[in-house]
Design a protein around this ligand. Sequence first.
Ligand code: ADQ
Length: 793
Amino acid sequence: MGLKTLRLQLRFLLPLVATLVAAAYVSVPLLDQVTLRWFSRDLNSRGVLVANALSDSVAEALVADRPDRTRALLERTAQDERLFAIGLCSPDGHLLQSTDRYPVALGCEAALERSRQADPRLELAGGPVHVGVHDVIGRRLAPAPAPVPDEPWADHGPGEIAPEPAAPPAPAAEPTAPMLVGRIVLLHDLSFIDRRSQDTRRYLIGMFAVLGLAISLITVVVAQLSWRGWVNGARALMRGEGLLSPLLPSGSPASAPAHAPELAPLAADLRARLRDLEDEYRRAQGPEAEWTADRLRTLLRTQLAGDQVIVVSNREPYIHERVDGGVAIRRPASGLVTAVEPVMRACSGTWVAHGSGSADREAVDDADRVAVPPGQDEYWLRRVWLSAEEEQGYYYGFANEGLWPLCHVAHVRPVFRESDWEAYRAVNQRFADAVIAEARGDDPVVLVQDYHFALLPALVREKLPQATVLTFWHIPWPNPESFGICPWRREILQGLLGSTILGFHTRFHCKNFIETVDRCLEARIEHEHSTIAYREKETLVESYPISIEWPPEKERAGWPAVEDCRRRVAQRLGLPADVCIALGVDRFDYTKGILERLNAVERLLEKHPSWIGRFVFVQVAAPTRSALDEYRSFQERVQRLAERINQRFGRPGCEPVHLLARHHERDAVNELYRAADICVVTSLHDGMNLVCKEFIAARDDLQGVLVLSRFAGAARELPEALVVNPYHVEETADALHRAATMPAAEQRERMASLRSTVHEFNVYRWAGRMLADAGRWRLRARIEARVRRFRSS
Ligand code: ADQ
């Protein structure tokens, strides 16, 4: 056993020994006291017994005034080895008799007084004695009156000798009532108690010592074994066993520690950390070959040569709306559309989506298809029509009142209705049928987007087993406990496990998903490869952080200068020229933390009144899901709060909050990004958040500060932002102050770094990585199929 291990053992043992010594130290005197009390009680009852036995004889002897007899009685009784001496006192307190060892100095009064004390112990030269005084009760004989003798001679004839007169009969003495005739003083020998107490103390200390030794021994052995196990397990983890490299065969001794259940959390943390490091490393390596639309196209040509790509999403990328007698084409405010559209442009596939615009039906051909983008016709949009009831149940009901709050832990209760679930299932089937109808062969690449289609992957796989189904979950995945409240959790997981690849924005969401499967289904999970095998089918669960398309050079060249943007925005909103503009751009959703950021603005103006009239917060909020009560009431609360802040801090010509609750065109949003000094993203929970990336991309002047919620997936990629906890009003208000006063040089440094991250980690990389993984997967599947064919031939 090495010195270090010994030192470690001592860490257990020393407190143990100290505890045992303290226990012995406290318990020995305590035990002494308790036993003494018991003995004292025993001696008292013993004394009563002895006194009762003596009482009658002594009383008789006393009454008969026979001191020799009382003495003999006392001497005989005192032969008991536990009795040290006996004394006999008269009722008036005189010592009448005593045995040899009775102390001369102990008078009857003193003995009586001592015996009445709680501890009637008396220290004598021969050792300690216990003093007990017991009453002797007897009856004295009261003398009867003397009888008058008869005439001795009467009634005798002459010559008769008068008989000797008989002695008159003794008068019968009357016994008195029972009374105290004396007191017996018993001095019990206590030296044996001391002897016993010492013995007990010895046994007790011995017992503690033996106990201590036994416990120490067990502790040392168990600790030594566990320690060895943990160290081996941790070493195995460090070597990557059960973590990254494949596990050793389960029978091998070295694999055992890595399986130790107590090391599982450590392994999970380590795994997550390693993957984070891997990401950081890749980022720190500097830009690899830049991901562009061209590179994505090349990838599609080489790795997915000739393969058909079909996207499925609820939201369509272009909406035809009837306006004032004509038809307008609108792009919805949606992170998903922002991200997937460039991919579709690059690969010219088919996008299947819900036709939700009022003029959508007029725009499509007989097969419900329309070529988009309008005028460029780069890919097909296939529209699926839903009835109002279907939309209500599937979209508003199950997806947005159930799954959305379930996955965004933002303190809004999910609502699960059976009818919504039925609609969700039916609509998933409808979309799956549309995908199958659009498929030209039996193995298309199907990109399933978001939480509206959790069941679709398994439905497509059922009909097209060779298809590569890539599902991307754009919102967070909660922990297993939170997800566990969903009544149809198993069906949702089974549906998603129909995917070949299931993507999330962050490792953290992947980990939550894998843990949820682990809790709910009988599936084989391989953490080292991040795969789940369920019903003979494998799914890769990976993180693909989504992003935006980096604005192409041509587009950037057309942007107005930052000063012009500022001037135009100030003019439009009636703002003073030198005002500090903070900006929020969101769908009007409770997960985006709009209330929280307004509270922070209010707090900023309270704390730093110098900002009143010099700080303006512009919130652009696209109305969304307004058919739901939760959303309507949220929007009203935001309106009320904005009004209140304006009433409190508004000055003529400058209101601190400008709430623009309407959809804005892309150029208008971009103008706002360029005009703002600060962009505020305070999501309470967000899969990624693209607004912050759009803001960064818009700032080619390297100015502007990003205040970013730590609960947005983007916070992991963008540490140069001012990262805040949006629930902490004070912290967010301080961050706003810091952003508003940040020197231009610091802004430049931060923004340059943020821009290089978003530039490199753009949406083509997101799609490229996912499609490259799909390509590898398909290649593997083809080789395996060939091998199977070869074997069977
Ligand atoms: P969303 O919740 O929709 O996306 P986000 O990533 O913030 O959120 O994207 C919103 C998009 O809508 C941005 O492109 C923005 O410019 C646009 N937008 C917002 N308000 C607008 C307005 N008033 N007018 C016009 N456009 C507006 C979901 C997840 C996110 C994830 C994306 C992509 O919730 O976490 O980042 O998908 O995966």
